[in-house]
Design a protein around this ligand. Structure first.
Ligand SMILES: [Zn+2]
Length: 83
């Protein structure tokens, strides 16, 4: 099954929501933008962050560079506090 999750977060108000389908997220995004004129960000998470981290650690994914850093839709989680 596809475990895609899309997080929609507004830059101009505290709105934040997670959708199971890209289509639903886009509808919500467009609806909020057209209604309020706010700028809405969205982030696609194909897998639970813990799962994809475990997959990366184990190297079982078969696609070591799964994330496309050039894509504005893909952002690494800001959970790394290694300084
Ligand atoms: Zn808003």
């Amino acid at each position: 099954m596809d475990e895609t999750r899309v997080t929609v977060r507004c830059r101009d108000c505290p709105l934040a929501a997670t959708h199971d389908a890209l289509r639903d997220a886009r509808v919500a995004l467009n609806d909020h933008e057209s209604t309020t004129g706010h700028a809405v960000d969205w982030t696609i998470e194909s897998l639970d962050s813990g799962v994809s981290q475990a997959g990366a650690d184990a190297g079982v994914c078969g696609r070591p560079e799964r994330a496309n850093e050039d894509s504005p839709l893909v952002r690494p989680p800001a959970s790394e506090t290694d300084s």
